[in-house]
Write a protein that binds this ligand. Sequence first.
Ligand SMILES: [Zn+2]
Length: 77
Amino acid sequence: MSVERIKTAIANKKLRCPHCGEPILNYEKYVDTADSVWDGAGDTSVEFSGCKVTLVCGNGSCDWKERTEYWQNFADD
Ligand SMILES: [Zn+2]
């Protein structure tokens, strides 16, 4: 998961605004979220990774925006 995938998805108009149905044009405040948790024995780790981003519609008078960890949910396909 990286900001490049979100950039590409937006550039290709793959993300759709649930409010007006137009492609989402912008995003802001992207952050990676990643944690590694060691079990104490030193040989096992559990990793969680993801990201948070605010999707911004940006079409005409639509002021929809949403802070989400699941931006793929807005992908067209
Ligand atoms: Zn919209």
